[in-house]
Design a protein around this ligand. Structure first.
Ligand SMILES: Cc1ncc(COP(=O)(O)O)c(C=O)c1O
Length: 332
C-alpha cells in the first residue's frame, strides 16, 4: 500500500501530473562506481534531492498530511505546526502550498540559512528558536532541540494547530517502508545485501529496514551516527558535547520510533569524513548532496571495504548540497 496512491509518482516520466505532489518519491538509485572503485562491495545511493522539496522528508510530509486529512485531524484551511531541522518543514510547506494549509515551521537558529529561506519562499512562516548558550552556530545539539520542542508545543496549544510530530508519527516509518524501502528493493532487482543510514527521527532507517528485511531477512541494516555522538549505539554515556555538523541527525537520544531489533550494527562517521565524501560525491559522481549524504556514503564505503565481492550496499543522499551553500561544506 502506498501512502497516497493518487499522488505517488510511479511513472513520473511518462505521465502528466495533477500537481507537484505526484513528483514526490520514485527517486533514482545510482551506483557510485567511481567513488567506491576498487572496493569489493558496490555502493548504491537513492538521490532524495530529486523530490520537490529536495529531501527525503517529502515522502513523510505527504504521508502524514494525507493521514491527518483521512482522520479528520486536519480540515480545509487548517494550520500545520512542526518542529523541523528544515527538511520536514520544507516537505510540509510543499504539501501545504498545494493543499492550501497554513504552515508554521519551528526550527533552531543553528540550522542553515538556506533551509529557512526555502521555507519562507514556499509560503511557510518560520519560528526561529535561539540556540542554547553552549551551542555552536550550524551545529544543533540535543539541548537546542529541547528548546525547539518547548516552543512547538506552546504554538500548537495557542493556535489549536495540527502537529505531524515527526518523531512520534508512525507514518514517518511507514512512508519509507512503503516507498523508499520498496523502491530500493525493486530498483536493485532484489539484490541488495546491506543498507546503512544516519538517524534523525529514525523513520528512514526503520522504514527501509522493515521493507528490506521483510522481503529478505538476510539483508543487513546498519545505523550511522556522528562520531561525536555515538548515542544510540550506547557509546560513552557522558557525551558532554553533542555538537556535530551532520544536520538532521545525531540528537543524542533514542528516537521514539526506534526498533533496535532491526539493527545489525552501528558505524560512526566524523564530521571531516562526511564533508570529504560529500565533496568527492560532487566532483567524482556529479552528486550534489548535503552533510548527511556524505556521512551515509562514508559509512556505506566502510561496509563495502569489508563485504563479500559484488555485495550491493544501499544508502540515501538525504538532501541537496544547495541547502548548505552558506556553510563550510562547499567553501568558496
Ligand atoms: C539532511 C537530513 N539527513 C538525515 C535525516 C534523518 O532522517 P530520519 O529522520 O528519517 O532519520 C534528516 C531528517 O530530517 C535530514 O534532514
Amino acid at each position: 500500500m502506498l501512502p497516497h496512491p493518487a499522488c505517488y509518482s510511479e511513472h513520473i516520466v511518462s505521465t502528466m501530473l495533477d500537481s507537484v505532489l505526484g513528483a514526490i518519491g520514485a527517486t533514482p538509485l545510482v551506483a557510485l562506481d567511481r567513488l567506491a572503485e576498487g572496493l569489493p562491495g558496490r555502493v548504491v545511493a537513492k538521490l532524495e534531492y530529486y523530490s520537490p522539496g529536495a529531501s527525503v522528508k517529502d515522502r513523510v510530509a505527504l504521508a502524514v498530511i494525507a493521514a491527518a486529512e483521512r482522520s479528520g485531524e486536519l480540515r480545509p484551511g487548517g494550520t500545520v505546526v512542526e518542529l523541523t531541522s528544515g527538511n520536514m518543514g520544507t516537505g510540509l510547506a510543499v504539501v501545504c502550498a498545494v493543499k492550501g494549509y497554513r504552515m508554521i515551521a519551528v526550527m533552531s537558529a543553528g540550522n542553515s540559512l538556506e533551509r529557512r529561506r526555502m521555507l519562507e519562499a514556499l509560503g511557510a512562516q518560520v519560528e526561529l528558536v535561539p540556540q542554547a548558550s553552549g551551542s555552536l552556530p550550524g551545529q544543533v545539539s540535543g539541548e537546542d532541540l529541547c528548546l525547539v520542542e518547548a516552543r512547538t508545543q506552546a504554538l500548537v496549544a495557542e493556535l489549536g494547530a495540527y502537529r505531524p510530530n515527526q518523531f512520534h508519527n508512525p507514518h514517518a516509518v511507514t512512508a519509507h517502508q512503503e516507498t523508499t524501502g520498496r523502491e530500493i528493493w525493486e530498483q536493485s532487482g532484489g539484490q541488495v545485501a546491506a543498507f546503512v543510514a544516519s538517524v534523525g527521527t529514525g523513520g528512514t532507517f526503520v522504514g527501509v529496514a522493515r521493507a528490506l528485511k521483510g522481503r529478505n531477512p538476510a539483508v543487513r541494516c546498519y545505523a550511522a551516527e556522528p562520531a561525536a555522538v555515538p548515542f544510540i549505539s550506547g557509546g560513552p554515556a557522558a557525551v558532554s558535547n553533542t555538537s556535530h555538523k551532520i544536520q538532521g541527525t545525531g540528537y543524542a537520544m533514542i528516537p521514539p520510533l526506534w526498533q533496535p531489533e532491526l539493527v545489525d550494527g552501528f558505524l560512526t562517521v566524523a564530521d571531516g569524513a562526511a564533508i570529504d565524501v560529500a565533496r568527492r560525491l560532487a566532483t567524482r559522481e556529479g552528486i550534489f548532496g548535503g552533510f548527511s549524504g556524505g556521512a551515509n556514503v562514508a559509512a556505506a564505503m566502510e561496509l563495502a571495504r569489508t563485504s563479500a565481492p559484488g555485495d550491493l550496499i544501499a544508502t540515501v543522499i538525504c538532501d541537496s548540497g544547495l541547502k548548505y551553500l552558506s556553510t563550510d561544506l562547499f567553501p568558496e
